[in-house]
Ligand binder design. Structure first.
Ligand code: SAM
Length: 242
């Protein structure tokens, strides 16, 4: 598969019109939180990437409305978070969470009082960033409620696939973990099958109906539970490491 084909994004980039106040956050706050890709062939400088020197770095792929990354970033102010999401309404929602205006008027375009500068937002396909991260950078990688692409002819669009697993393996710390959650049983089966075919990870949680320790549910997960859907949690770590 060619690089171009690998990087084609099939989801939505825009939904309903973004309110003017949120657009102001996109115009003024996002540029301060969006990393600039370094020169091809070089890596992000993690010493200057966040407004803090993070103890660990966690990645969230497809943060949707950003509730999960926003909450984790508040719970763990000494961790650096990178969230990627091409859907601009979702990006605007995360900015509002970080700005403290999710359920209040936008009074300024800074981080909310008391928030650490520990989140960076990539408002696009996460895979564009992969070549610029050093090996083993991430202690945790979250892929939460990925688009299931249920039709067999769309299978290659599913995020957990052989290409992405190879990147995730390189980027995961030796003692790191990948968290995948879904409420589509067929997707969970697919993900486990892809991981087994890849052969480099082991599943470390046994009861997939039990949320991992300290789990923060995403908006999608909460909606699914209310609608009677059962979350399935998959936690993977690298094989052949401690
Ligand atoms: C079903 S939504 C779930 C959103 C959120 N994780 C939640 O649980 O509420 C899946 C999200 O993944 C995003 N996504 C899909 N492929 C992506 C990619 N390659 N890079 C970043 N985000 C991606 C989509 O835009 C979409 O918002």
């Amino acid at each position: 598969m060619t690089q171009t084909k690998e990087l084609k994004f099939f989801g939505r980039r825009k939904g309903k019109a973004i309110k003017q106040s949120k657009q102001k956050l996109i115009d003024e706050l996002l540029p301060r939180l969006k990393p600039t890709l370094p020169e091809k062939g070089t890596l992000f400088d993690m010493n200057t990437f966040f407004g803090i020197q993070p103890k660990e770095i966690w990645l969230e792929v497809g943060f949707g409305g950003g509730e999960h990354v926003a909450e984790l970033a508040q719970l763990y102010p000494d961790i650096g978070f990178i969230g990627a999401e091409p859907f601009m309404n979702g990006v605007a929602s995360l900015l509002a969470h970080l700005n403290g205006s999710h359920e209040a008027p936008v009074l300024h375009t800074n981080l909310a009082d008391g928030r650490t500068d520990n989140v960076r937002i990539w408002p696009d396909d996460v895979r564009e960033m992969f070549p610029f991260f050093k090996d083993g950078l991430f202690k945790r990688i979250f892929v939460l409620y990925p688009d299931p692409w249920p039709k067999a002819r769309h299978a290659e669009r599913r995020f957990i696939n052989s290409h992405n697993l190879k990147h995730l393996y390189r980027l995961l710390a030796d003692d790191g973990q990948i968290f995948v959650a879904t409420d589509v049983a067929a997707y969970a089966e697919w993900a486990v099958e892809q991981v087994e075919l890849d052969g480099q990870f082991k599943q470390v949680n046994h009861d997939t109906t039990v949320a991992p320790v300290d789990w923060v549910p995403t908006r999608y997960e909460k909606k699914g539970i209310l609608a009677g859907r059962q979350p399935i949690y998959l936690v993977f770590s690298k094989k052949n490491t401690k």
